[in-house]
Write a protein that binds this ligand. Structure first.
Ligand code: GDP
Ligand code: MG
Length: 163
């Protein structure tokens, strides 16, 4: 069974953009409407020399289970439980939001190895978000731009160290 890396985080942080980059194809829909990824996608991916299955998820939503949001959250929790490693993604431009903290707690409780990724660092204001990310208590944040491919060596090294 291949090593499984799940990308999780609240809607719109750029999970599907990173997923597509890692699998080398545009499989997941990227959209600025939060919640566009409604189901889990698993696909073989690579990051330089590392090969693993990548799991894209819907963003966490805090809502009841009989709503679309509730089902999305349930899928994300299922993705966490089946993953060997979590890439927890935050949006550096938006900065640290209350939902990031709530979801980081869920990831931490899973006890799985976590890599903290702060996306959208192609935008200057994202640097502040990288500093705020330390407050999540998930270790050293890796700044990256999923859209432009920035920070991929640092992400590779962080995943390799946590594997
Ligand atoms: P998801 O909901 O977490 O899967 O996020 P998406 O991958 O669908 O991306 C949400 C929005 O953020 C889209 O408009 C993307 O184009 C944008 N986005 C994703 N990655 C980056 C990035 O590295 N930099 C910038 N500036 N925008 C990004
Ligand atoms: Mg998505």
């Amino acid at each position: 069974m291949a090593f499984k890396v799940a990308i999780v985080g609240r809607p719109n942080v750029g999970k599907s953009t990173l997923f597509n980059r890692l699998v080398g194809r545009r499989i997941a829909i990227v959209d600025d409407t939060p919640g566009v990824t409604r189901d889990r996608r698993v696909h073989p991916g690579r990051l330089q020399d590392l090969r693993f299955d990548v799991v894209d998820t819907a963003g966490f939503e805090v809502a009841a289970a009989d709503t679309l949001e509730g089902r999305m959250r349930a899928q994300t929790e299922a993705a966490i439980s089946e993953a060997d490693l979590i890439v927890f993604m935050m949006d550096g431009r938006a900065g640290l939001m209350p939902d990031d903290r709530a979801f980081a707690d869920v990831v931490r409780r899973s006890g799985k190895p976590v890599v903290l990724a702060v996306n959208k660092t192609d935008i200057n204001s994202a640097e502040a978000g990288v500093l705020e990310a330390w407050n999540l208590g998930l270790g050293e944040p890796v700044g990256l731009s999923a859209e432009h491919g920035r920070g991929m060596v640092e992400l590779r090294d962080a995943i390799h160290a946590a594997m």
